[in-house]
Design a protein around this ligand. Structure first.
Ligand SMILES: CC(C)(COP(=O)(O)OP(=O)(O)OC[C@H]1O[C@@H](n2cnc3c(N)ncnc32)[C@H](O)[C@@H]1OP(=O)(O)O)[C@@H](O)C(=O)NCCC(=O)NCCS
Length: 210
């Protein structure tokens, strides 16, 4: 890992570069092509988006990493709405992957979120990566994934308490915030948006989940 990296807030003039970086990092990873750059494009204008937690990472003046956060909630079984965060997309440019940058960027952003007073984060992801930042299976904290059987823990649904004990005494359900479904809800607009980026080949690859 090059020690000359910096992490800084994303600025408006970065938007297109960062959307392209996001597209490059997700391309063909979870499905042929990807939609995360379109999600990012719309998320920034959503009222639940948190501009203070919108970061880019640079090495030698090249933006090669990005992360954004969004407000979410747990609907507690006793009827309370417990405010939490979720995050994503988080992306590292292909040539910089698996060198420690993603974990460094994630830990930095989580530290900033903790300083801002947020209590916890829930998200869908791979425990092999997020476990290194302290994430655990959300079911172990009594937090369940919408539409899934509570007795059958969802291995990709993870959480992290930013304030110790934040989920103590809480049992409830998490729903992925609506802005994350924007591409499925607007397939034609998504296709038009994606055409504005450099052509890339969509491939069906092993390990994809959609
Ligand atoms: C996922 C991503 C952000 C991780 O960033 P990264 O810089 O590549 O990861 P790091 O080098 O910081 O990883 C640290 C450790 O986490 C684990 N890890 C990272 N990516 C992993 C993966 N895809 N699968 C399993 N373990 C992984 C490894 O143990 C790794 O250490 P190692 O490389 O020495 O084995 C990046 O690979 C990426 O942009 N991927 C495509 C987009 C994506 O999947 N985003 C997340 C969606 S939930």
């Amino acid at each position: 890992m090059n020690k000359n990296y910096i992490i800084r807030p994303e600025m408006q003039q970065d938007f297109r570069t960062v959307e392209n970086l996001c597209r490059e990092s997700f391309w063909n990873v979870y499905q042929p092509g990807c939609t995360e750059h379109y999600v990012l494009h719309h998320l920034r204008n959503h009222p639940d988006f948190i501009p203070e937690l919108d970061f880019v990472m640079q090495v030698d003046d090249v933006i090669m990493g990005q992360i954004v956060f969004c407000r979410a909630e747990i609907l507690s079984d006793d009827g309370r709405h417990i405010p939490i965060l979720t995050f994503g997309p988080i992306g590292i440019a292909p040539e910089f992957k698996r060198k420690g940058y993603g974990l460094t960027l994630l830990n930095y952003a989580l530290h900033e979120a903790r300083k801002m007073g947020f209590g916890a984060v829930c998200m869908e992801g791979n425990i092999d990566f997020y476990g290194k930042a302290g994430f655990v299976l959300a079911s172990s904290k009594g937090i369940h994934y919408h539409g899934e059987d509570r007795s059958d823990p969802v291995p990709y649904f993870l959480c992290l308490e930013l304030q110790e004990g934040y989920f103590e005494g809480i049992e409830g359900v998490y729903h992925t915030p609506k802005p994350y479904f924007i591409a499925q809800e607007n397939p034609q607009d998504f296709e038009n948006f994606d055409k504005g980026f450099p052509p890339k080949e969509k491939l069906r690859l092993p390990g994809q989940i959609f």
